[in-house]
Design a protein around this ligand. Sequence first.
Ligand SMILES: [Zn+2]
Ligand SMILES: [Zn+2]
Length: 224
Amino acid sequence: MPATIAQTRQPLPADANTRMRVGRCRTCNNRRVEGGSRGVTTPWTRSVEPVHGDQYEVQYHELWCPVWTGETPQVACPHPHCGAPVTEVTYRPGYQVRVPWTSPYGNPGTLVGTLDEIDVGAETFGSETIPDPQFDKADLAPCGHTVEGTQAQQVRGQFQQVLEGRRRRDAEAEIARHADVLAAAETAGHSVLVEQYRQAVIMGSTDRSGLLAALRTLAGAPQK
Ligand SMILES: [Zn+2]
Ligand SMILES: [Zn+2]
């Protein structure tokens, strides 16, 4: 497999051959080149060094492509040569399903895979169905790759951690925005209610707006 060619957004060196070859980015695999009379609007990079004689290689990218953004994704697609940021995970758990007939593939009487792959009737799906994580699959967006088994579980775990971290930071920011009301309510002796409000925000409970309104009243703060 050819190695990845290092890319840069820098303009060509002044003395370089301006004729460039077009190559495919192995990360985003972009095939579209858009633009008009004013030039190409699709993000593009060129190879750091000439790669075809004295010609540089140009590659076009999706907006999310790390080769273009230069950003290391928080969760990266583990598919070989990909490494795209993962912004969505569709998880399909794997199963083994014992069937009363002999399967044309695999073990006689056992179908394996995700439910959409196994595609057995509802009457078959039931007591003879055993979850089997080695057949789990995760469909990743935006790159569109599907990873399996341990890789699927790992990428789902990493993605959930990022979501959880984001949720916690949002909750902390929400609590910090109302710090003055909370401090005033605490001073007025309502720390139990303040703690209830904090927990409601952390849990994402809809009770929090009512609790905040009550705290405002108790603290003598203006209602917003
Ligand atoms: Zn790319
Ligand atoms: Zn990918």
